[in-house]
Design a protein around this ligand. Structure first.
Ligand code: FAD
Length: 423
């Protein structure tokens, strides 16, 4: 995505600078590798940048103009995806394999499953690529010595999966699962039922919230979960803040420092060496416009309709500092997306991660729910035929490579499971 694009054959997005809806569309287009131009229409005067729009259109923002000239008024992600032709109904009543989540684990599983002849459906509630899709540059994934933007990696995987015949259902979410007659029946958020002989849960994790007052009020209006690359060029000459001491926060700090006047990284602990990869730590230390605020926590969010200021508590000195800022990016670890499993026999650990393979044998509940003579396969949950791969799995490594590896491996166990089923 490039703000200098002038070609009318790309998507144009018009909106107010701090519109939450416009942010969601920008983020979605960016993660989906759709070239677009963002045009801010904050006042009627700004209409000079969009001469074909009418005065009354200023009340109908955000507006998306598709490459064929179609204008979508007061639009949202779902409408844009529908008009881009990305929303479809399931083609089949039943599948060999359903995969939930199109991050690295789900995409990799989809590529292997379809290439090995399984009738496969991949269901994604948001944008393709998962967490990896939000990374500005993945530098430690084998095969890309100069690094690759997460969204580009995901788009390549998507194309590969589609080439092998995977059916991808976008903006669909599995909300409740039932296992009966040796099949998984999943209630989708849109009311549909998805049935498959086996499934792989690759639903990853989501960023945790700070749990501060007003956090929801400023969501996507100054407070953002993650640090989407789509926002970086809007931070030009601004002082922005990123919360977190892990690789995702570190990568974001490096990327945003190319655009922002100053990037402050707010870190709870007193050092970064345990939580951040060495290569990132070295670069952050060398970057003059990045400062690290150690032993610090955001304690208050202040503004009217949008974020204007934050308070930071310096825990060692026990003092509060106030900073003006319109951009706070929260990149602090995750909560696994496993609510859908709560009424099933699938065993989760205390934090909600899915237990698999040998880890299950130490769990008291396992004896009650596992009825087979064989032990669960390595990535199999406590329900036969239901597998987990990637960040959502208890004990996983939380890397692109390991997630992609687990996705591929899970497919091997799906084959073994299906072979036994048909004996
Ligand atoms: C900013 C950032 C930078 C990173 N950089 C690196 C790096 O440089 N190198 C590295 O190795 N790792 C990096 N990581 C970590 C890496 O991206 C993750 O470990 C990896 O993406 C995990 O893959 P996954 O497929 O298990 O889960 P995720 O990537 O979390 O994908 C899960 C997907 O499931 C979808 N989903 C959730 N619930 C449902 C549901 N009910 N129904 C349907 N879909 C659902 C989500 O929308 C999401 O798309 C980074 C992470 C972040 C956030």
């Amino acid at each position: 995505m490039n703000e200098n694009l002038t070609n009318t054959k790309i998507v144009h997005l018009y909106g107010k600078s701090n519109s939450a809806k416009a942010y969601e569309i920008r983020d979605f287009l960016n993660r989906s590798v759709v070239a677009f131009k963002w045009i801010e229409l904050n006042t009627l005067k700004d209409l000079k940048n969009a001469p074909h729009l009418k005065k009354e259109d200023a009340e109908r923002l955000p507006i998306v103009e598709l490459p064929d000239g179609t204008l979508l008024y007061k639009t949202n992600v779902e409408k844009v995806a529908t008009h881009l032709g990305w929303i479809s109904k399931p083609k089949h009543k039943e599948y060999d394999l359903s995969i939930y989540g199109a991050g690295p684990a789900g995409l990799s599983a989809a590529v292997y499953a379809a290439s090995e002849g399984l009738r496969t459906v991949l269901i994604e509630k948001s944008a393709i690529g998962g967490q990896a899709g939000t990374s500005s540059l993945i530098e430690n994934y084998m095969g890309f010595p100069n690094g690759i933007a997460g969204a580009d990696l995901a788009e390549r995987a998507r194309q590969q999966a589609v080439k092998f015949g995977v059916e991808i259902l976008m903006l669909r979410e599995g909300v409740k699962a039932q296992f009966k007659n040796q099949q998984i029946h999943v209630n989708m958020a849109d009311g549909e039922m998805m049935i498959a002989n086996a499934n792989i849960c690759a639903t990853g994790v989501e960023y945790r919230k700070l749990n501060l007052e007003n956090e929801a009020k400023y969501l996507n209006k100054g407070v953002y979960y993650g640090a989407g690359a789509s926002e970086a060029f809007l931070c030009e000459d601004k002082h922005i803040f990123i919360v977190g001491g892990g690789n995702s926060a570190g990568q974001a700090a490096m990327y945003f420092s190319k655009f922002a006047k100053k990037v402050s990284l707010i870190v709870r602990s007193g050092n970064l060496s345990e939580s951040l990869s060495h290569y990132l730590l070295t670069r952050i230390e060398e970057k003059p416009n990045i400062e690290v605020l150690y032993n610090s926590e955001v304690s208050e969010l202040i503004g009217e309709n949008e974020l204007k200021r934050i308070h930071i508590k310096r825990t060692q000195e026990n003092t509060i500092e106030e900073y003006d800022t319109e951009r706070l990016f929260i990149c602090i670890g995750g909560i696994p997306n496993t609510e859908w499993a709560k009424d099933t026999d699938i065993i989760r650990d205390k934090s909600g991660y899915l237990m698999t393979g040998a880890d299950l044998s130490n769990n008291g509940k396992f004896v009650d729910c596992w009825k087979l003579e064989r032990e669960p396969f390595f990535l199999e949950t406590s329900v036969p035929g239901s597998f987990a791969a990637g960040d959502v799995r208890h004990g996983s490594v939380k890397r692109v490579a390991s997630s992609a590896g687990e996705g591929a491996m899970a497919v091997t166990f799906v084959h073994k499971y299906l072979e036994n089923l048909h004996k």
